[in-house]
Ligand binder design. Structure first.
Ligand code: NAD
Ligand code: MG
Length: 395
């Protein structure tokens, strides 16, 4: 029985994880869950899974606990970031699913890593922010990182079984190819992107996801964050990672070998596949995802990304080249920009502009210390907020 802590249970990855976990009550016990919004849904999840621990925001803890008691549940209620960290580090927890969105997931995910847990990583922002520190802590504690992000999970599946034992180049691997759907605005020019709305941006053609990652997919910043994520997870320089637009989202990523082989992982665009893979690894379990029917697939297409219309991918490359605190600044500015776009304070094209200008206004420093990193993150957010009234792309 694997005891699982599901951080971000009420989100899109959280729900997909619950769906897989509840198909296998003989293998998994849901030890703890957390939610930040949609606490009614978290309550229902508690009723259904009877976890030992539930974590909610500070302000909601008392009422949530009373509600559980009235329903006859003994679930312990913990509050806020400290509560999330406590859950992630519980001795009884074998596996932590890191499915909180954005920088809010950093400390809880790092807590799990530090404790040497098996960590199923969806929260890419945590790794992007703290890359070197994150991987260093995982190396020291022996935490096992299994990627949930579909692209990284695909690459993991296409690598040799013992790929961690030697540099990838020594194993004949020359390149990783991240596939990108291109998002809802694929094929649009900059001029056409000028007036797109939040509703259009979050209507992803292939995947159903949380709002933040949906906007990131529309700007291609998601692929930029994933590029950085791949550099850290697979210990490769970004020059060896390329992005291929593949609108059907059937091939989830690929690994190129020196003998001319390219291995690809295919499947329906449904996060339950990578979740089931990581949960059961190295075994395989049913995920509830329908089998891929090749007779139904008309064609698989491949295109180069349009960097003119979608500059965020290259901004992420530049941040990764700059190193140090640059990816954390990129991430912080992007989080501020996406929030402002969703609140209709800035237009779509201003997201990239705000990230670029925040990076330009910041000095890049070494990022070996967590407290320093957190203060740089806060400063980058402030700087981004201050830049909003001065953007050239306005509503
Ligand atoms: P979501 O918005 O649907 O869910 C986010 C979860 O985090 C919710 O449970 C929410 O309550 C919680 N949360 C939000 N703010 C919080 C805070 N301040 N403190 C504590 N908890 C907080 O997001 P999602 O789409 O499930 O994405 C989660 C993560 O997984 C993101 O990092 C995203 O990039 C990554 N990811 C998502 C998908 C996908 O298909 N949805 C695919 C790959 C990677
Ligand atoms: Mg992805």
């Amino acid at each position: 029985m694997k005891r699982v802590a599901l951080l971000g249970a009420t989100g899109s990855i959280g729900e997909s994880s619950l769906d897989v976990l509840l198909r296998h009550p003989d293998r998994y016990q849901i030890f703890g869950v957390s939610g930040h919004q949609r606490l009614d849904r978290l309550f229902d999840i508690c009723l259904a899974t009877r976890p030992e621990i539930a974590v909610v925001p500070d302000a909601a803890a008392l009422a949530f606990e009373q509600r559980l008691r009235h329903a006859g549940l003994t679930t312990q209620v913990l509050a806020g970031e400290a509560g999330l960290m406590t859950l992630a580090q519980q001795a009884q927890v074998d596996c932590v699913i890191a499915a909180i969105v954005g920088a809010a997931g950093l400390l809880p995910t790092l807590a799990a890593v530090e404790q040497g847990k098996q960590v199923l990583l969806a929260n890419k922002e945590a790794l992007v922010m703290s890359g070197a520190l994150f991987m260093d802590r995982a190396g020291r504690s022996g935490a096992q990182l299994l990627p949930l992000d579909s692209e990284h999970n695909a690459i993991f599946q296409c690598l040799p079984t013992h790929w961690k034992q030697a540099p990838l180049a020594e194993q004949g691997i020359t390149q990783l190819l991240l596939t990108a759907s291109g998002g809802p605005f694929r094929g649009k020019s900059r001029a056409q992107l000028q007036s797109v709305t939040p509703e259009q941006a979050i209507a992803h053609p292939n995947w159903s996801m949380g709002q933040k990652i949906s906007v990131d997919s529309a700007t291609l910043m998601n692929k930029g964050l994933e590029l950085i994520e791949a550099c850290w997870l697979f210990d490769l320089p970004q020059e060896q990672i390329d992005v291929v637009v593949h609108p059907q989202s059937i091939i989830h990523s690929m690994v190129r070998y020196t003998d001319g082989s390219v291995l690809a992982q295919m499947g329906q665009p449904d996060m339950r596949t990578p979740i089931a893979h990581a949960l059961a690894w190295p075994e395989r379990i049913d995920s509830g995802v329908a089998a891929l029917d090749f007779m139904q697939l008309s064609q698989l297409e491949f295109q180069a990304p349009d960097h003119q219309a979608f500059p965020c991918l290259n901004l992420a490359r530049q941040a990764m080249s700059a190193g140090g605190t640059a990816p954390a600044i990129l991430n912080a500015a992007n989080e501020v920009a996406v929030e402002a776009f969703l609140a209709r304070q800035i237009p779509f094209l201003a997201i990239a502009e705000l990230v670029e200008r925040t990076l330009a206004a910041s000095s890049v420093q070494a990022a070996n210390d967590l407290d320093f990193l957190l203060s740089e993150d806060r400063q980058a957010r402030q700087r981004a907020q201050q830049l909003i009234p001065h953007l050239s792309t306005t509503l």
